[in-house]
Design a protein around this ligand. Structure first.
Ligand code: FE2
Ligand code: FE2
Length: 266
């Protein structure tokens, strides 16, 4: 039971400022559950942190200093890949919490419900991968991880349209494109359990991208902008990369990303 009078923003902020991975997972699930049960006041009375708390391990390295990882064939390569994915999911917990806590006041309760459900999914994804690492004889924190993942949040903290254009509609959509190949590789070397975890993640990520598309289109409609044009402009301004094929057309289509939201941003 949360404190009587606990607000949703305070609960979200506390989860973001929890460094220990297990504790962050528990805090995130609790926020999503308490919000769904109507036990958190819909008040946005504290600001979200600029940077969430991080555990002492993994060591965070700039993207250019990351050791190259293999293609997932050898046991070491598979551990490195799952570790990298676990770190992405760990960061995704905070990205979803931040969306709910930072923009929930201006967007209303349905928006908060959607992004807290995403945060709970990301906590589940992280837990599945962290548990898999232990079964494989490693653990989250055993290897260095990529430091650049929070940049997208920082660069888009001022504007929900920019946040949605980049985080769910580019970064999470990219996961739809690359995950099937990883599933095939795990299956090819007989690691069916890892393959199954990635399939579960892929199915959930389609829903996350769909939330992004729906809320982005709603913001654009209020501003009188064309979603495809606004998306191109925001991605060109805030995403340092290329949105390029091959695309997972069927997953993108079920996520509401029509062809206009795929190519053409350089
Ligand atoms: Fe995820
Ligand atoms: Fe996600």
């Amino acid at each position: 039971m949360p404190d009587a009078g606990m607000t949703v923003a305070r609960a979200i902020r506390a989860a973001m400022l929890t460094a220990d991975p297990r504790a962050k997972v528990m805090a995130t699930r609790a926020v999503a559950r308490d919000w769904a049960a109507g036990q958190l006041a819909p008040l946005f009375d504290v600001a979200m942190p600029d940077v969430p708390a991080r555990p002492a391990r993994p060591e965070l390295l700039p993207p250019t200093a990351m050791p190259r990882r293999g293609r997932g064939g050898s046991a070491r390569g598979r551990i490195a890949l799952i570790h990298a994915l676990a770190h992405i999911e760990f960061t995704a917990i905070d990205l979803a919490l931040d969306a709910a806590g930072r923009f929930g006041g201006e967007r209303g309760p349905d928006f908060v419900t959607d992004w807290l459900s995403v945060a709970a999914d990301e906590a589940m994804h992280f837990s599945l991968l962290a548990r898999r690492l232990i079964t494989l004889g490693s653990h989250y924190g055993a290897l260095p991880a990529h430091d650049g993942l929070w940049d997208a949040a920082r660069d888009t903290a001022h504007d929900l349209a920019a946040r949605l254009a980049v985080v769910p509609m580019v970064l999470e959509a990219r996961a739809l494109d690359v995950t099937p190949t990883m599933i095939e590789r795990f299956t090819a070397v007989g690691d069916v359990r890892s393959a199954r975890i990635l399939q579960r993640i892929l199915d959930d990520e389609i829903r996350h991208v769909r939330f992004g598309t729906i809320h982005f289109s709603a913001v654009c409609a209020e501003r009188g902008d064309s979603p495809a044009q606004a998306w191109k402009m925001l991605v060109a301004r805030h995403f340092r990369g290329l949105v390029k094929p091959p695309f997972n057309d069927s997953a993108r289509t079920s996520a509401g990303l029509s062809y206009e939201f795929m190519a053409g941003v350089a």
